[in-house]
Write a protein that binds this ligand. Structure first.
Ligand code: FE2
Ligand code: FE2
Length: 259
């Protein structure tokens, strides 16, 4: 028992160190990862996954782009304007590099509840139709955590302003996800995410965290800082309340292994 508490502490410290290093090296990727993790946690809870699976998905989401910390990606991340095809080929290796970093730098493999985090990180760019990378996995060959991360990751990428592209609106994001069902993204998971109550929670969470990040950049003092954790809890509570009042229609029946 004591050993498992020690293992959890050690694991938490290792993960925190990794996330902090990512935040120092690449703040934009770190705040993207935090938004993706918050959305993934909401979705995994809505699917009624066991707690350990929700936690694994959340941690994998937090670390999904940790491969970009590798120095080979630094010039690409700092580049203004779109990448060339050769640069994209290098960039695409970040998924496998990330899986290797997670496996090497943490001992998550030793903690039963977290086995599979490196795997989920390594496969977050696989496509439902097999056209993704690095391994061209398709359908349910792709770990469930990676399929959930892919939806949140795509959504966040679509809605983020970039120097060469403005983020799109909520209706544009819905249309964008619908257009990718069955090619890039798991179609049933997409439908679940787009069901009204869950969608509202996912969208509100991402927007709130984005505004908060802008606020920090604008120099809001610590005293003014909004407690994001309690706001996220409010959004989750509101989602649960709406779910109960709808008779649980959005979260009913499917057991985790149906995914
Ligand atoms: Fe990625
Ligand atoms: Fe990402």
């Amino acid at each position: 028992m004591v050993g498992s508490v020690r293992a959890r502490r050690r694991r938490a410290a290792e993960l925190n160190r990794l996330v902090r290093r990512l935040a120092q090296r690449d703040p934009a990727t770190a705040s993207h990862s935090r938004r993706v993790a918050a959305m993934v946690e909401l979705i995994a809870n809505a699917l009624r996954l066991p707690r350990a699976d929700v936690e694994r998905a959340r941690i994998a989401a937090l670390l999904h782009d940790v491969g970009k910390m590798d120095p080979r990606f630094t010039p690409l991340l700092g580049k203004e304007g779109p990448l060339t095809s050769d640069e994209w080929a290098v960039m695409r290796t970040h998924a496998a590099v990330g899986a290797a970093i997670v496996a090497r730098e943490t001992r998550v493999r030793d903690v039963i509840a977290l086995r599979g985090v490196a795997d989920a990180v390594g496969h977050h760019h696989e496509w439902w139709d097999g056209n993704g990378y690095p391994d061209g996995l398709r359908g349910r060959q792709i770990p469930l955590e990676s399929r959930i991360i892919a939806i949140a990751d795509t959504l966040d990428a679509m809605t983020t302003d970039r120097p060469y592209q403005r983020g799109i609106s909520e209706s544009g994001a819905i249309a964008g996800l619908q257009a990718l069902r069955g090619t890039h993204l798991d179609p049933r998971l997409c439908e679940r995410v787009l069901a009204p109550a869950l969608w509202e929670s996912v969208w509100a969470t991402a927007q709130m965290m984005r505004e908060e990040a802008h606020g920090e950049a604008g120099g809001i003092g610590a005293d003014d800082a909004v407690d994001s954790r309690s706001l996220l809890d409010d959004i989750r509570d509101e989602y649960e309340r709406r779910l109960r009042s709808s008779g649980g229609r959005e979260a009913q029946s499917e057991l985790p292994d149906a995914w």
